[in-house]
Design a binder for this molecule. Structure first.
Ligand SMILES: C[S@@+](CC[C@H](N)C(=O)[O-])C[C@H]1O[C@@H](n2cnc3c(N)ncnc32)[C@H](O)[C@@H]1O
Length: 336
């Protein structure tokens, strides 16, 4: 959980934004890249803490065998691609406002091919956004959408800042919480989901990443955690919130959202790249959830049947590593 004293990008959970940026930089230069973020390396180079981290596959010690920049890096590359596709699909469906919760060094406002009129709100802590602003000032880039950074702690109130920045309460929104909820206390996650629901007009969509439950000692001993600690000084196990996780999927469904839950492996198989299950896998409990607000109309019998079917896949009931089958969303095939 982020500490009030550590709100910058170079310490605490802020460093994870640099870690993901480095992984995106490396992914960009792979011959079989799933996503492209040519800006990411500028952030990594600009921060003292990360200036010496790799930003090219050739710079990674042990290459793909490196547990951090190899397998976990590929996970971040896959996640970037899948969530790029989610946002672009929403935009093609007519959703003109995106809110990135815990945006970090996300450059989607610049690198995705948005339709005219698109607005991207980026919420993160002030220290992270100040660093991002300083680096961007030096690059003099023009975003492909209207970009609105909003400094806020997502454990506190942030709605007024979002609305003051121009967020339209009557229009549908595509929300994204990528690599955020793992670090939030349960009560903050619960409040966040309630708030997203409250601010979401019909037709809104939300994608987020969660971990199911607490990892066993065997999983916590997975080399990826030691590699991340030793190579870049990020202790993920200490940063993950330890409280029992709330049932955010159940909470959304109770509020009328439809949900699809996937393992990252579903998408690795779909793309033919990315991590596949391994023993004592630190990714085995990761789930990517896609939710859509269906509105308040009366449900038909077939909706009820679909909802009951979905019950079997609700959070906590998904067998680890088992694909959720028909609900797998199709990637648009578009590359940034
Ligand atoms: C792993 S990074 C992910 C960044 C970005 N979503 C991405 O995937 O590149 C986690 C981000 O969540 C932000 N974060 C964590 N706790 C937060 C909080 N309470 N309020 C706002 N942002 C928070 C961190 O500052 C960091 O930028």
């Amino acid at each position: 959980m982020p500490d009030a004293q550590h709100t910058g990008v170079e310490d605490g959970v802020g460093l994870t934004a640099l870690m993901v940026a480095a992984a995106r930089a490396i992914e960009t230069h792979r011959p079989d890249a799933l996503a492209s973020d040519t800006y990411a390396e500028h952030f990594v180079r600009a921060a003292e803490a990360s200036a010496a981290w790799p930003v090219r596959p050739a710079e990674v010690p042990d290459g793909d065998a490196n547990p951090l920049w190899g397998r976990l890096g590929r996970y971040f590359g896959l996640r970037t691609r899948v969530l790029d596709d989610f946002l672009i699909r929403s935009a093609h469906a007519g959703v003109r406002q995106v809110v990135l919760l815990g945006a970090g060094l996300d450059m989607r406002a610049f690198r995705l091919d948005w339709p005219p009129g698109q607005v991207v709100y980026e919420i993160d802590r002030d220290g992270v956004l100040a660093f991002k602003r300083d680096v961007l000032d030096g690059l003099a880039l023009i975003p492909a959408a209207t970009r609105c950074p909003i400094a806020a702690d997502l454990r506190d109130t942030w709605v007024r800042s979002l609305v003051s920045a121009g967020f339209d309460l009557t229009a549908p929104t595509a929300w994204l919480a990528e690599g955020l909820l793992l670090y939030l206390p349960s009560a903050a996650e619960r409040r966040l989901i309630e708030t997203v629901d409250r601010l979401s007009a019909d037709g809104s969509a939300l994608a987020f990443e969660v971990k199911l439950g607490t990892e066993s000692p065997e999983v916590r001993a997975n080399p990826v955690y030691a590699a991340t600690r030793q190579q870049i000084g990020v202790d993920l196990l200490a940063l993950f919130d330890r409280e029992p996780r709330p049932d955010s999927v159940g909470s959304l469904r109770a509020r009328g959202w439809s949900t699809a839950i996937h393992t990252p492996f579903d998408f690795a198989r779909q793309h033919g790249r990315g991590p596949l299950p391994e023993p004592n896998d630190a990714l085995a409990s990761n789930r990517w959830v896609f939710a859509t607000k269906r509105g308040t109309r009366e449900r038909s019998t077939s909706d009820h049947r679909a909802a009951t079917e979905n019950d079997r896949h609700s959070q906590g009931a998904v067998p680890r590593g088992e694909p959720t089958g028909a609900a797998v969303s199709r990637a648009s095939g578009r590359r940034a």
